[in-house]
Design a protein around this ligand. Sequence first.
Ligand SMILES: Nc1ncnc2c1ncn2[C@@H]1O[C@H](COP(=O)(O)OP(=O)(O)OP(=O)(O)O)[C@@H](O)[C@H]1O
Length: 345
Amino acid sequence: MRSAAVSATAREQARTTHTDRSPRRAEHTDPPVIEVSNLTKRYGEVAAVDDVSFSVEQGTILGVLGPNGAGKTTMLKAMLGLLVPSDGTVRVCGIDVHDEPARAYRRVGATLEGARNIYWRLTVRENLAFFAGLAGESARDPAVRERHDSLLDQLGLLDRADDVVNELSRGMKQKVALACALARDVEVAFLDEPTLGLDVESSVDLRRELRRLADERGLTVVLTSHDMSVVEDLCDRVLVVNHGHLVADDGVTSLVELFRTSAVRLVVDGPLSVETERSIRAAYTVESWETDGDRTRVLVALEDANDLPALSARFVEDGGRLVSVNTVEPDLTEAFLQLTGGEER
Ligand SMILES: Nc1ncnc2c1ncn2[C@@H]1O[C@H](COP(=O)(O)OP(=O)(O)OP(=O)(O)O)[C@@H](O)[C@H]1O
């Protein structure tokens, strides 16, 4: 993966390019399922969420990315009506979540703190029945029972359905929490870090199930994640949040496309004079240059692949030997680092 060294121009480009290019958006004519308008939440001097607006169409899986402390959880809580915003409004299924939280809540499932909100002394199936019951649904209703069985099956929990949650592993508890969020016939699911703590297989099961629910039932999903592979693999659209601001709102492919410039990693053994280094740095965008004994590793941003032979030739003109040349394609992780300034927080 590339460093964020050449990111200034790309970041500027990204900041001025964001908004509304969800591939699904153009296909829809229905009103959006979620409408967030000028949402702001301040804690004293800190604006955890700062004047954020966006809307989400039915059946979209929306990923919310951002470094630690960017404002993702605050945004999710405000969207769920769990905290009072300093400014702005949130409508879910046309209902203002702050004016009518109970009515909005009936349409929504959520997991916010892993498996902490489920009942560890009840069995898996009893938990699902309880959460469905909150919306007036009965687990004796064959349609509800079928939904629960399907969820448990897809998440690999069917054979543990009658076990007390307390006896399950941490990852399984996490999956039960997700099943509970979807136990009612909800239209929107808000999932904070849904794959955290899941093994690879469980994470894949969960992604598959969310995709199925979005495609077959039109479930709209908003999830936060620090796992780029989950977002890249699952989400139709990505919001990138930094310091409470929306810095990007786009499809995964389009976000990666913003940083289309490829990089080339060259490893050279042998001499490389100071003059050669200077002339390469003057002619190309060198992102990193590391020398370790006789070996030099260099990362160069290259706009045009046709420049590669000339670049390689520059590295061997002092008599060195080219050990390897690899192109490095941009991915969502790189796009994220560039959009957020590559900050480790
Ligand atoms: N109850 C609170 N009181 C004061 N400040 C808060 C409170 N909740 C959040 N904050 C601040 O708001 C900012 C955003 O926090 P938030 O938890 O929304 O970030 P996040 O993007 O979810 O982070 P992480 O990825 O670490 O979970 C941070 O600066 C945080 O310290």
